[in-house]
Design a protein around this ligand. Structure first.
Ligand code: DGP
Length: 114
């Protein structure tokens, strides 16, 4: 599978504002932020979307959410609150086919989402 733009960010082939990385995931600031804090957490592995995951990805999926919580702590938004979003497929507005968790915070977020 060829690399998406996010795969290239994870491989440091193109620049991004990284806020966290380990052997399995990378987190960086969204280029078009929808909230004062808008960070994307992605696996290094090229997985297009949640609906393409397999049982073997269970631990990685859990790690993505744990890293989101760690990044939220580091950003100082743990007590004010934050939202984690995964857009899966066209109706959800998925635009980059590399699995990513949005971490949104820093303002009151409306519900239901648009
Ligand atoms: P989604 O709609 O869930 O597929 O969100 C994709 C997000 O990725 C969107 O909020 C904008 C962000 N994005 C797209 N291209 C780039 C890029 O090259 N760098 C960064 N940092 N973010 C990007």
């Amino acid at each position: 599978m060829s690399k998406t733009i996010f795969g290239k960010i994870a491989a440091k082939e193109i620049p991004a504002k990284l806020v966290y990385e380990d052997d399995r995931v990378v987190a960086f600031r969204d280029i078009n932020p929808q909230a004062p804090v808008h960070i994307l957490i992605i696996p290094r592995e090229e997985i297009a979307r949640v609906s393409d995951t397999k049982p073997a990805h269970e631990a990685l999926l859990g790690h993505l959410v744990w890293v989101a919580s760690e990044v939220a702590r580091r950003e100082g938004v743990e007590s004010t609150g934050y939202r984690l979003v995964i857009n899966n497929g066209p109706d959800a507005g998925e635009s980059v086919p590399h699995l990513h968790v949005h971490l949104l915070a820093g303002r009151a977020l409306g519900w239901p989402p648009g």
